[in-house]
Design a protein around this ligand. Sequence first.
Ligand code: PBG
Ligand code: ZN
Length: 334
Amino acid sequence: MSQLFFSAEHVLQGGYFHPVLRKLQEPNTSIEPHNIMYPVFLLEDENGLQHVNSMPNVNRYGINKLIPVLQDLVLKGLKSILLFGIVETLPKDPLGTNADSTDNPVIKALPKLRSTFPDLVIAADVCLCPYTSHGHCGVLNASGSIDHAASVKRIAEVALAYASAGANIVAPSDMMDNRIKAIKEALVAHKLQNQVAVLSYSCKFASSMYGPFRDTMKSSPMEGDRKCYQLPPGSSGLAARAAARDVAEGADFLMVKPGLPYLDIVKQTKQQFPNHPLYIYQVSGEYAMISRCGDSEEVKTTLMETLTCMRRAGADCIITYFAPLILSIIGNKS
Ligand code: PBG
Ligand code: ZN
């Protein structure tokens, strides 16, 4: 007999030769509609429709153009959206007054969206940067640094305004310390705490991968960068402390952003807080990269592999501009 060059107990392939058996080897990685949230850019002009040059197949919609698009996606299974307001004619000022004015596109659209889509989860991104003249996510003091107290006060006001207008989730993306506590207190004071969830962008890094989004939103800072409030990409310790702080302040859901290069942070956060649903934001730069990774079949398989790996790392819900494509892929499968 020839020399034995393998040992029977080290043969793994017997466990995954069949597609049904392979499924058993990938627990908790399925992609169902409730695992996906779709970010939507909302224009001031109610009949507006603009393509986003930096992001193929992504549009900016006025509410009248958005509703039919969402009707189609809801029929295909869409369960949740994340709203971003864009102002083009309303003035920007140092306090971001139009983040929560009655003219704000998100505040105007929320009641219509709630009545048209009673079962859809509607989240509103809460930040000042699309509305401030300086383009920073908080309020600045005379020297140009962040005025912490004034920023937290404004962010909580804006979150409360979106909650009062009908958002099911408010999602502060500004990264100012202590805003979760301020938002929760505002919700409690207005008896909204059991009708509105707080999704904290708890572990948001100062990434280069937000470029297409800032282009879309016209929300780049006029001067400086966001490194004094967004986390340094190499730091897992600050991410752990930020998540712990936001949990202590009452966050309902946590988030890691960007997604793919930060899956170690996803796993760390899920292990740290297994009882808090965890979101990943697959950001605009990731969208741009995957969109250009090959032909349409390669884009689909790369996308689904990426989502599976995000679920494996511990994500419960993935915020992704690919939501329409994902719904068509998973719809065709079943
Ligand atoms: C702004 C905000 C950003 C994103 C979501 N909210 C950009 C930033 O912080 O500069 C990024 C989304 C993306 O790149 O898709 N508060
Ligand atoms: Zn911002």
